[in-house]
Design a protein around this ligand. Sequence first.
Ligand code: NCD
Length: 334
Amino acid sequence: MTKHLISSADLGRAEVEDILETASSMHDLQRREVKKVPTLRGRTVINFFFEDSTRTRSSFEIAGKWMSADTINLSAKGSSTSKGESLRDTAMTVDAMAVDALVIRHNASGACQQVAQWVRCSVINAGDGTHEHPTQALLDAYTLRTRLGDLDGKHVVIVGDLTHSRVFRSNVITLKTLGARVTVVAPPTLMPSGIGAWSQADGFATSWDLDPVLDGESEHGPVDAVMMLRVQRERMSGGFFPTPREYTVGYGLTRDRLDRLVARNDDVLVLHPGPMNRGLEIAPEAADSPQSVVLDQVSAGVAVRMAVLYHLLAGDDTPAPTPAASPVTDGAAR
Ligand code: NCD
């Protein structure tokens, strides 16, 4: 296992499978009344979030706490960043406190890679700009595997604002690592430049036309799962589409599109990393449908982040907690 987790490309197939297997034992822990295990006792994890987050930050915090690590949350507002301190000085300051891991979310693509060169502790990328979000891709793969089994040959369609999406970039890498077939769909204005060369090199398909892909008429055939991505208005400076209504008509998972998907395959899965713009990229009927695994993704997020912290921080001789292993005593856990 690498020291840092910056990009999904840091993980080969064996490593992804190892993490997902560990996550599965961690998920069993989540169902216990006392969820705490001593695995990371004495380790310190700092969650440093320079951008807003609900799921990622709280799940990293819960993951660390359930494994008995000391977890501390910092945000740009309330830290010396707001007094003008540079990222380098802030990172080196935190590192000088002998912490074991820095979980970083930052609005600049490449920020985590930079920080990893400045510090001694492990760095985990919790989303850097429009670049990558490797733990999201792992939790999506975990969710898909739980429902679909082995992902070899399964067809996953990723739809939406690809230009601004770190989730899409990490997902393509991890899904391809696990042998899935991937088609990405976006309007021309939200299709990243340079995607032609990347899709050829890594063997995934691109399309501007959602309906034929959902109807199973694209080169990868019938669809096993559709991942809808948020329209990231906070990262948009100009007009990427004429009106929200037109976006929905062309690229939203509307009730109609869901009905057509389900008519072909009622086991089809609907994913969304959240936060959702209900009524824009996903209709409430799709978000709340029996096919939706949006909350499964959230639940998998804790298990997968526990697994990642375990693989990066626990010594080789620290056994992974198993459902049968005894938790820390009730008194200490509460
Ligand atoms: C995503 C993110 O922050 O990149 N959300 C998440 O981590 N669950 C996607 C998004 O913000 O749309």
